[in-house]
Design a protein around this ligand. Structure first.
Ligand SMILES: *[C@@H]1O[C@H](CO)[C@@H](O)[C@H](O)[C@H]1NC(C)=O
Ligand SMILES: *[C@@H]1O[C@H](CO)[C@@H](O)[C@H](O)[C@H]1NC(C)=O
Ligand SMILES: *[C@@H]1O[C@H](CO)[C@@H](O)[C@H](O)[C@H]1NC(C)=O
Ligand SMILES: *[C@@H]1O[C@H](CO)[C@@H](O)[C@H](O)[C@H]1NC(C)=O
Ligand SMILES: *[C@@H]1O[C@H](CO)[C@@H](O)[C@H](O)[C@H]1NC(C)=O
Ligand SMILES: *[C@@H]1O[C@H](CO)[C@@H](O)[C@H](O)[C@H]1NC(C)=O
Ligand SMILES: *[C@@H]1O[C@H](CO)[C@@H](O)[C@H](O)[C@H]1NC(C)=O
Ligand SMILES: *[C@@H]1O[C@H](CO)[C@@H](O)[C@H](O)[C@H]1NC(C)=O
Ligand SMILES: *[C@@H]1O[C@H](CO)[C@@H](O)[C@H](O)[C@H]1NC(C)=O
Length: 610
């Protein structure tokens, strides 16, 4: 209320403004003169001046009837010790309250956690390097100092530790840390630890193994100890900007500690990625919570956050769960559904690096159609984080063309299946067309299937033979022992009626007549062409007769079969023509017999028209 700059001025203010409080204090004082040495403000100031280092680095001023402000600037090589301050506060009236601010400019302070000093009401430490931080962790004498701190705040401090000190301060089975060290100022209204780092001075000359073992033991003991801190006043609890935040600390306040008046819980900027799961039952633990700040962390997935409505006693507030600026990349309908209808808690997921892919458009359409409390209108203004070409754009303004959302890019199961079927059909069709002749042959000979567009067996004309075989006498063995069994037997599928000159020629007729009759009375003439065939005159006569017939019947009559290697040099020009223009069969071909039977069973058009 009356900030004082300098002691002379302070004395003047004291005498003018603090009269009433002195009277008040004095009456109470009479009850215990022996301990209470406080008489008036100038005494406090005088006492403070007697402190060796504090008086040099700090200014004290009276700001209210019983309130004193102490502001210290610790520069360069100078340092102050909390123990010196404790000696001072022990010797002033119990009704006084001190607000202490320590701002460092390279200075070091020796302040053991939790900074207890009688009558210390508020402590604020900024930019300091703190030594002796853990020296009181197991010091039970701390319990003799009243816990008077109502507001504690540390900004940007570095805790300087020695390994030995750290090791000794760890909770072990036979020597637990004190409640004061574990809980800090339990009567406080606010505890704010912002940007704290820890430095170990003498890392090099210690066996890390011992320390790690000790830390393990510590965690173990910490977990089984399950001490509950009772923060009956606490309204603001913040641990932020701490790179190596111990999970224990977060878990304790969320899980075991009692803080029924907590309004703000701030774990912002700690690199947390999983602890938020523990908040699922948050309202049951924190009935008056207004703000849970998990912003600037590394959370990737938001847990199911429940809305307990007004069912919890004392609940008056709408809680805000702030998950802004984390690492949530996907936005789904399910995610939106998980919280967007909550009335008594607002979950804020904006400013996350959302990946805007094709799915996001669908999600936005869903969002547009959804009815939500107005608190969730912000969802419609969410912006993209990736890919870079749409970064910063509002999702709702995205067009599917901008994201290259063609049907092909979306993996759509039915489309893929249809694609596979189409390709398969295409391949089958292609193969069918490519091998259609072979397929026709096989269908016919093996399954007796005729394709509808062929003029096969549709004839009414009857002929004596299916085929007349013209062959050289030298090939008779092959004809009788190989061809006949294959073609004439029923086992082979279809029995053909064949005309062989040595068997079927009519005795008495001229050979020429026999050849003519045989060709005329057969649907086909099979020329078994071998080198011997080419040399035989009768054979060539048979060929000519058959060729003439073939010309009459529009080319379907002749079936040419090649036997052995044919030397085509001195071959009859008409036969040469035939070989060039007509497909012929080769003995030894995989489907030779099938093709031959197929050819034999073919009936030409003219015959059908008869
Ligand atoms: C007075 O001082 C004595 C001894 O220091 C202490 O035991 C007692 O509680 C004090 N009484 C009051 C009223 O402060
Ligand atoms: C304040 O205390 C000092 C020393 O303790 C004493 O000399 C002085 O008279 C006191 N003043 C008042 C106004 O009580
Ligand atoms: C204390 O007051 C003096 C005089 O007003 C001023 O120069 C000095 O900076 C102050 N020191 C602190 C720590 O506030
Ligand atoms: C700190 O101490 C060193 C020597 O110990 C001295 O040279 C330097 O001037 C001191 N700095 C300050 C700000 O007092
Ligand atoms: C005061 O500061 C000096 C130098 O920093 C230090 O040597 C001394 O121990 C300090 N005294 C107390 C009581 O803290
Ligand atoms: C505090 O007071 C005790 C005795 O009252 C004394 O032994 C100790 O040295 C003092 N500490 C400081 C830092 O002045
Ligand atoms: C934190 O404190 C250090 C000195 O310990 C100082 O150099 C630095 O600027 C401070 N950072 C902020 C953000 O205040
Ligand atoms: C939480 O802490 C951060 C960092 O100190 C601060 O910026 C933010 O405002 C705090 N949030 C609330 C709700 O107080
Ligand atoms: C965010 O998460 C991605 C993986 O999902 C990771 O590659 C990236 O490093 C994270 N960002 C930060 C700041 O940790």
């Amino acid at each position: 209320m009356y900030p004082l700059f300098g002691l002379g001025f302070a004395l003047h203010i004291c005498s003018v403004t603090t009269g009433r409080s002195i009277e008040l204090v004095a009456t109470e004082e009479r009850t215990n003169r022996s301990i209470d040495t406080f008489t008036n403000c100038s005494y406090v100031i005088k006492k403070f001046e007697s402190l060796e280092n504090w008086s040099r680095l700090c200014n004290i001023s009276q700001t209210g009837h019983i309130d004193f402000d102490i502001v210290c600037i610790v520069e360069g090589n100078s340092s102050i010790k909390l123990s010196e301050f404790r000696n001072f506060t022990n010797h002033v009236s119990s009704h006084i309250q001190f607000d202490l601010s320590v701002i460092c400019k390279d200075g070091i302070i020796h302040f053991p956690w939790p900074f207890r000093a009688d009558k210390l009401h508020r402590i604020f430490i900024k930019d300091c390097r703190i030594k002796d931080y853990r020296t009181d962790f197991k010091n039970s004498l701390i319990n003799s100092i009243p816990d008077t701190i109502k507001h504690l705040q540390m900004d940007n401090v570095t805790i300087i530790l020695r390994i030995g000190e750290l090791y000794d301060s760890l909770s072990k089975a036979n020597s637990p840390i004190t409640r004061a060290a574990e809980c800090g100022p339990e009567n406080a209204f606010s505890i704010i630890l912002r940007g704290t780092t820890a430095n170990i001075e003498d890392m090099h000359n210690y066996f890390m193994f011992d320390l790690e073992t000790a830390i393990e033991q510590y965690n173990h003991y910490f977990n089984i100890q399950k001490r509950t801190c009772l923060y009956n006043n606490l309204e603001v609890y913040e641990i932020s900007g701490m790179k190596d935040l111990e999970k224990n600390v977060v878990n304790k306040i969320i899980h075991t500690d009692v803080a029924e008046n907590l309004k703000t819980l701030n774990f912002s900027g700690n690199g947390i990625f999983d602890t938020i799961y523990k908040l699922q039952g948050w309202r049951l633990r924190f009935p008056v919570m207004e703000y849970i700040d998990f912003s600037n962390n590394n959370i990737k997935v938001i847990p199911m956050i429940r809305d307990y409505g007004m069912t919890v006693k004392k609940t008056k507030s709408v809680g805000l769960i702030d998950i802004r600026r984390n690492n949530i990349t996907s936005l789904t309908k399910g995610m939106i559904d998980s919280f967007s209808t909550h009335k008594f808690v607002k979950v804020d997921i904006s400013e996350n690096p959302f990946l805007c892919d094709c799915g996001i458009i669908e999600v936005m359409e869903y969002l547009s159609a959804k009815t939500m409390p107005t608190a969730y209108d912000y969802l419609r203004t969410l912006k993209c984080g990736n890919p870079s070409k749409v970064r910063g754009r509002q999702m709702i303004t995205l067009l599917s063309t901008e994201l290259n959302c063609n049907q092909e890019t979306v993996i759509n199961f039915p489309v893929v299946v249809m694609g596979i079927i189409t390709i398969t059909l295409f391949v089958i069709t292609f193969l069918t067309i490519y091998f259609r002749n072979m397929i026709k042959v096989i269908l016919f000979t093996r399954l007796n299937i005729n394709l509808p567009c062929e003029f096969r067996n549709a004839t009414h004309e009857e002929k004596e033979y299916d085929a007349f075989i013209a062959y050289s006498e030298k090939d008779v063995d092959w004809v009788i022992h190989t061809a006949l069994p294959k073609l004439e037997s029923e086992d082979a599928g279809r029995a053909c009626r064949l005309c062989l000159h040595h068997r079927d020629f009519i005795v008495g007729n001229t050979i020429a007549d026999n050849i003519f009759n045989s060709v005329e009375n057969s649907f086909h003439t099979i020329l078994l062409i071998s080198n011997d065939f080419l040399k035989s005159e009768w054979c060539m006569m048979e060929f000519r007769t058959a060729l003439r017939k073939s010309l009459q019947d529009e080319g379907r009559h002749l079936i040419i079969v090649l036997k052995g290697n044919i030397t085509v040099d001195n071959i009859d020009p008409d036969l040469k023509n035939c070989l060039n223009s007509q497909t012929y069969l080769k003995i030894g071909d995989v489907l030779f017999w099938d093709k031959l039977k197929y050819g034999i069973s073919f009936r030409h058009k003219k015959s059908q028209n008869n």
